[in-house]
Design a protein. Structure first.
Length: 464
């Protein structure tokens, strides 16, 4: 029989709480009754709704017990405050898996994809653990730690932020042996009076949690490399670099994409490497370099790293492709709808332009959010990469994308709407067989709604 993730006595000791009701063993940790599995410990957090309102439902669904701050249901562990208790449980999980090598991933672009690609390599090398989805905030990070089994050999954690001083406490909670900053760009700049410089300093907070002698993996091509390197060295880190220059530890030489896959040409510490990946986005050249350096720092062999990259498929909303069959033929849908900022948008547009297309190249774009007063200018500036990529048709929606619409030549204008819901039917009517169609925008501007609507055009859906 598998060893439990937590016993009730272990939880009580870790959080400084007391048990009421019978002793229990938990196989998981949950904060949401909608996804709770039988045997989970349910943690009643305060949020839009007080988690204590759901304790009875959690127990009815098979929760082993609940972690609470007041008496409600049985069996329970009572602590002073449940978020603090979750943090303590996460730290206890980290401490008991004392031999586990831990990695941390942050950056303005690519955190989730890079984290999950690293996890694919860790899994090949032994017992591994990672964040699920984008669990990268003040709740997601301690929850991911609390879910870490005691026998874990390696783990990787995604750490995000919207403001300064959010990454530092999470990094100190994780205590990574290696941390990567994928890149820094104009994301969440509305929350930083000094713009990108503030974003860069906030990302550098990840080094504050590094274990002594830890590794900092940095993008040498990024404009903020010198600042990040100085912060990493100040924290006592060993700096390893990826980029296009010869002196990088992982040097990207080339990236050729076709038919839903690509070949990466690189040098790792001078050793030539050509390897296939199941990605077409040009940014995956640099992502692959970051992944290989992080796996190396976490004691994963190169063969496992290359195997992981070779089998890692695009995540939903982050470059996943679908052939959509229409009555009159098929088109290719590239779903980049999960999120967007000026860096990822430019990369996605360039990737679209580099892809061979039977028909037209079509970009369907929704607003990029949290860009502050420069938001309209960032949107208007997309007209240039769209032209350089040879994109034939642009459809867009949202108040910020109106700036792009106004900057586009009439020959490239495919349609504008105020909202994604209004643009979706227009986009559906615009697409023809042979088209290569990319949907991209911020999650909050509902780009995913458009991608879903286009996917539903498939005449094969529901067949059979």
């Amino acid at each position: 029989m598998a060893e439990p993730l937590w016993t009730s006595d272990e939880v009580a000791q870790a959080v400084g709480g007391r048990r009421l009701g019978h002793a229990f063993s938990a196989s998981g940790v949950s904060i949401d009754t909608r996804t709770l599995e039988p045997g989970d410990l349910f943690v009643a957090l305060d949020g839009v709704r007080d988690g204590h309102e759901f304790v009875a439902q959690a127990l009815d669904k098979g929760a082993a017990g609940a972690l609470v701050s007041r008496e409600v249901g049985l069996p329970i562990i009572i602590a002073d405050e449940t978020l603090t208790a979750l943090e303590r449980l996460g730290i206890a999980a980290r401490n008991r898996a004392a031999k586990a090598k831990r990695g941390a991933v942050t950056g303005s672009v690519g955190k989730t994809s890079v984290t999950q690609a690293i996890m694919a390599g860790l899994r090949l090398a032994g017992r591994a653990h990672s964040s699920v989805k984008s669990y990268n905030n003040h709740i997601g990070v301690p929850l991911t730690l609390a879910r870490m089994p005691r026998e874990t050999a390696r783990a990787v954690f995604e750490i995000g932020m919207n403001h300064a001083d959010e990454i530092r406490p999470l990094a100190r909670m994780v205590k990574p042996h290696a941390a990567v900053v994928t890149t820094v760009g104009p994301v969440h700049t509305e929350n930083f009076p000094d713009g990108e410089a503030g974003v860069a300093r906030a990302k550098a907070e990840v080094f504050a949690g590094l274990e002594p002698g830890g590794v900092a993996v940095l993008n040498a091509d990024n404009a903020w490399f010198d600042l990040l390197k100085a912060e990493a060295l100040n924290a006592g880190a060993e700096v390893r670099t990826f980029g296009a220059a010869k002196d990088c530890d992982a040097q990207l030489l080339g990236f050729q994409a076709s038919d839903g896959r690509a070949v990466v040409q690189a040098r790792l510490r001078g050793q030539p490497l050509d390897f296939p990946i199941l990605q077409t986005g040009a940014h995956w050249g640099m992502n692959s370099m970051a992944v290989l350096l992080m796996l190396e720092a976490l004691d994963v062999g190169l063969a496992d790293g290359l195997a992981a990259l070779g089998g890692f498929e695009p995540l939903e909303g982050r470059g996943a492709e679908k052939t959509v069959q229409l009555a009159r033929g098929a088109f290719t849908l590239i779903d980049e709808s999960y999120n967007a900022n000026p860096i990822s948008m430019a990369s996605a547009i360039a990737t679209l332009g580099a892809r061979p297309a039977v028909g037209r190249r079509i970009a369907i774009l929704t607003d990029m959010l949290e860009l502050g007063e420069d938001g309209p200018a960032f949107h208007a500036a997309l007209a240039q990469p769209l032209e350089a990529a040879g994109v034939d048709v642009v459809l867009c929606c949202g108040p910020l994308m109106k700036s792009l619409w106004d900057a586009l030549p009439a020959t490239r204008r495919g349609g504008y709407a105020k909202t994604a819901a209004e643009l979706a039917p227009l986009a559906a009517r615009s697409i023809e067989a042979g088209d290569l169609v990319m949907v991209k925008g911020s999650n909050g501007s509902k780009a995913g709604l458009i991608a879903q609507a286009l996917a539903r055009l498939d005449v094969r859906e529901g067949a059979g």
